[in-house]
Design a protein around this ligand. Sequence first.
Ligand SMILES: CCCCCCCC(=O)CC(=O)SCCNC(=O)CCNC(=O)[C@H](O)C(C)(C)COP(=O)(O)OP(=O)(O)OC[C@H]1O[C@@H](n2cnc3c(N)ncnc32)[C@H](O)[C@@H]1OP(=O)(O)O
Ligand SMILES: NC(=O)C1=CN([C@@H]2O[C@H](COP(=O)(O)OP(=O)(O)OC[C@H]3O[C@@H](n4cnc5c(N)ncnc54)[C@H](O)[C@@H]3O)[C@@H](O)[C@H]2O)C=CC1
Length: 284
Amino acid sequence: MQKVGVVGCGLMGSGIAEVAARAGLDVVVRDISEEAVASGRKRVEASLSRAVERGKLEPDARDAALESMTFSTDLDILADRDLVIEAASENEEIKKKLFAELDRIVSNGDAILASNTSSMPIVRFAQATSRPEQVIGMHFFNPAPVQPLVEIISSVLTAPEVTDRGEAFARDTLGKTTIRAKDRPGFIVNALLVPYLLSAIRMYESGMASLEDIDTGMINGCAHPMGPMRLNDLVGLDTTLAIARSMHGETNDPAYAPPVLLSRMVDAGYLGKKAGRGFYDDYR
Ligand SMILES: CCCCCCCC(=O)CC(=O)SCCNC(=O)CCNC(=O)[C@H](O)C(C)(C)COP(=O)(O)OP(=O)(O)OC[C@H]1O[C@@H](n2cnc3c(N)ncnc32)[C@H](O)[C@@H]1OP(=O)(O)O
Ligand SMILES: NC(=O)C1=CN([C@@H]2O[C@H](COP(=O)(O)OP(=O)(O)OC[C@H]3O[C@@H](n4cnc5c(N)ncnc54)[C@H](O)[C@@H]3O)[C@@H](O)[C@H]2O)C=CC1
């Protein structure tokens, strides 16, 4: 699979596109507005330049990666792809519509259509297409150029050979560590991580501890690279809320219920690091 498409170039789509370009692949990226496309491209350029500054990447390799990427608002640009990874906003209706459109547009019958969803049922995206056996979850972690893991999720409709090809691609072509997960809310990692991140918000909301003390506690007590409140900001609070709503909606498990404070933060436009302000206000 040499021709890769990425749908959405927010935090995750831009990171996934960067990973694919650095692996020497031909990458096209589609988002819905010129503004989103421009900021996705800027994010990739900044990340590649930082890698050059840190001596992790040769300037020639940065230039080659940038040259192998095309950014566009045109969905038809994905027509000739061997693999499309959907990384649009965590919204089931948007994703289902995209899968129906990708099914219509992508001409290669062997192409894999993958979703980077954090929490939503892969089978629903598969059912939006006429080729449900070609649809898998390919779940990267934030920041995608840094985190080694990709969860490979097959739905009850996925052909085993497609799961194998998707896993081989993530492992051998992209150099990621892969694990296989069932098509269940949150797969493996988020089924464990989401209750923890939401508990931290509840702890802060209840006044039991300050933001800083919650984060300092988990960094220094458990050797986490960052505390849960910073991590919520890194993920994006709109995405965090959408994940919680999706997982709680499907399971009714109170561990996944979104705290009221989280909804209020999103209503206020405090979406985390990407918006310049979330639980913390020191991002600008
Ligand atoms: C309740 C619902 C919510 C559920 C949410 C689920 C969302 C999902 O579906 C799944 C997820 O992704 S969960 C999030 C997983 N990510 C984490 O846990 C991040 C934890 N933090 C870290 O790894 C480091 O603090 C981190 C890498 C971020 C920063 O590390 P440092 O503090 O050491 O900072 P640096 O020294 O600047 O960076 C270390 C190396 O990483 C590179 N880097 C940092 N940010 C980057 C970025 N955004 N893009 C590309 N590269 C980046 C940095 O260049 C440096 O590289 P090296 O010089 O090669 O080491
Ligand atoms: N933020 C995180 O830490 C992680 C997020 N994810 C998942 O990745 C996906 C994307 O999340 P983020 O990049 O964080 O969100 P984001 O909010 O940074 O970016 C989403 C992008 O999707 C675009 N978009 C919306 N509708 C579209 C459409 N019809 N066609 C093309 N682009 C469209 C938006 O314009 C935006 O640029 C979500 O499914 C999320 O759950 C997965 C792993 C980690």
